[in-house]
Design a protein around this ligand. Structure first.
Ligand code: BG6
Length: 497
């Protein structure tokens, strides 16, 4: 990473909603790790802004505990923590209260910060207030070398609200200043999709409709909605996972080679994929999406509560905790190759993968017992956990009996490089500090993602159901989803954790 250690000067890192889980679990452990590896300037000053009655000391204490609990590498180095947090300041304010922003501005002025990052880590319903208050205070921009804003997903809940958020953002900031985080893009293995495809000569010629039967993308989570039930019930898998992480994985899998590896050309290519998605409108949306909800499930004599029995979930909620969909990318490379996508809570394992399933051989020469059955060649990019890549093919079983057995060729990150990949937030925060937007979502991508998803939401709204298909906790989703793919004579892959 050329020049990545060259940044100098102090940065004010202003976290709106500093009291929330994200700061403690992700942001501070990531900043700590970057400081430990000396990748950021000597001084990065944390300024927290939130509504809870905390003060500087309490914020420093909570964030220190967070680093101890969530740091990627232990034992932690207390000297680095205290360098990071000893000057941290807390501003207690409502997000709509002008006085809080005046205090923030005075602090930035007094300390003469020339580089400022505003980080929106609040619930999204506060975004407009914060952005408008920032935008009302043009003084922030005075005497600054740079000023950036990081926005956490969800950016809006449909096309209209996303557009309105974008308008608010762009009133105050230029596109170069806006960093929309999709943490999936910070994962090493997700970045490796492009390296795998475009730094190797042997795969790309096969990467198209002539050789590929279909693509399956799975983001499976074994946990339930937990303490986030209130938020989740207003989102569902479609807004929480599909509108962002899953569509981003689709774009990286399907995009053409960019003319260079820089923010604009990579995002230009991803944009073309989003624009080529065959719209799922009305009846077509209903036919190509399957929703489900996890149900009360008896496991070892204990009944685990289903989604409708979670706290803060409406008793008649039709929010999906499972979603599968079939997408098509209408361009020359992918014409008529289905992309089957699924994601859900309370599935058997936590596992994320992209499986490229190749076409069958045109004619079987071996009239032998095929233990692989009809198993075709599959290339699996395993994004988490056990990050790696597997290619499956058939081999002759040793011995006098003629049989074909399925075997794998494996690459495993841990074995090859001997270390755990860094956390997504480490890379993303560093890139934001360095001003590199390649791994952040551009304005037009967000809008295009919502344009696609809003049609699905509209179809669901216009064809209301009283309840959703149910599935048992620890199963692979509703039976309707199995039927959905088997109608195409295909099966979902059975992932291991
Ligand atoms: C978040 C979603 O964006 O991604 C969560 O809001 C989900 O609901 C999480 O659990 C999954 O992220 P990861 O990195 O654990 O796969």
């Amino acid at each position: 990473m050329d020049g990545r250690n060259e940044t100098t000067g102090s940065i004010a890192f202003v976290i709106f909603g500093v009291t929330g889980d994200l700061t403690k679990r992700k942001l501070l452990p990531a900043l700590y790790q970057l400081a430990r590896e000396k990748r950021i300037p000597e001084r990065i000053d944390i300024i927290g802004f939130a509504r809870r009655p905390w003060d500087d000391g309490l914020m420093q204490q909570v964030l220190t505990e967070g680093i101890h609990e969530y740091a990627r590498i232990s034992p932690v180095d207390n000297k680095i923590i205290s360098e990071l947090l000893s000057d941290a300041k807390y501003i207690l304010s409502e997000f709509e209260d002008r006085k809080g922003y005046d205090e923030l501005n005075r602090h930035l002025d007094d300390k003469k910060y020339r580089k400022v990052i505003f980080y929106l880590a609040t619930p999204p319903d506060s975004y407009a207030n914060i952005i408008n208050n920032i935008s009302a205070c043009q003084d922030y921009a005075i005497n600054k070398e740079w000023l950036r804003i990081v926005v956490e997903k969800p950016y809006g809940r449909d096309l209209n609200s996303a557009q309105s958020l974008e308008n608010d953002l762009r009133k105050c900031f230029s596109e170069e200043q806006i960093f929309r985080i999709d943490h999936y893009l910070g994962k090493e293995t997700v970045q490796n999709i492009l390296v795998f495809r475009f730094a190797n000569g042997i795969f790309e010629p096969l990467w198209n409709k002539n050789f590929i039967d279909h693509v399956q993308i799975t983001v499976s989570e074994s946990t339930d909605v937990g303490t986030r039930a209130g938020y989740f019930d207003t989102s569902g898998v479609i807004r929480d996972m599909f509108a962002n992480h899953l569509l981003q994985l689709v774009t990286l899998t399907a995009m053409e080679a960019p003319y260079a590896f820089n923010a604009e050309s990579v995002r230009d290519e991803k944009m073309k994929v989003l624009k080529s998605l065959r719209p799922l409108i009305s009846k077509v949306a209903l036919e190509n999406t399957i929703r489900g909800q996890y149900d009360d499930t008896k496991i070892a004599e204990k009944v685990l509560p289903g989604y409708l029995h979670e706290d803060r979930v409406a008793k008649n909620s039709i929010t999906e905790t499972y979603l599968s969909a079939k997408l098509f990318i209408d361009n020359w490379r992918w014409a008529n190759v289905p992309f089957y996508i699924r994601s859900g809570k309370c599935l058997p394992v936590r596992a994320t993968e992209i499986a490229i399933q190749f076409k069958q051989i045109p004619l079987s020469l071996f009239n032998w017992k095929n233990m692989a059955g009809e198993a075709p060649n599959v290339l699996v990019l395993r994004l988490q956990p056990d990050e790696g890549i597997t290619l499956s093919f058939g081999a002759k079983l040793p011995g006098p009996v003629n049989q074909i057995a399925p075997v794998n060729m494996e690459f495993c990150y841990q074995d090859a490089f001997g270390s755990e990949p860094p956390e997504a937030y480490e890379r993303l925060l560093l890139d934001c500090i360095l001003g590199d937007q390649t791994l952040f979502t551009r304005h037009d991508e967000v809008i295009e993602q919502w344009r696609f998803v809003t049609e699905i939401l509209k179809a669901w709204e216009e064809n209301p159901v009283k309840e959703l298909p149910k599935y048992q906790i620890g199963s692979w989703g509703p039976v309707e989803s199995e039927q959905f793919i088997s109608r195409d004579n295909r099966n979902w892959r059975n992932l291991q954790g």
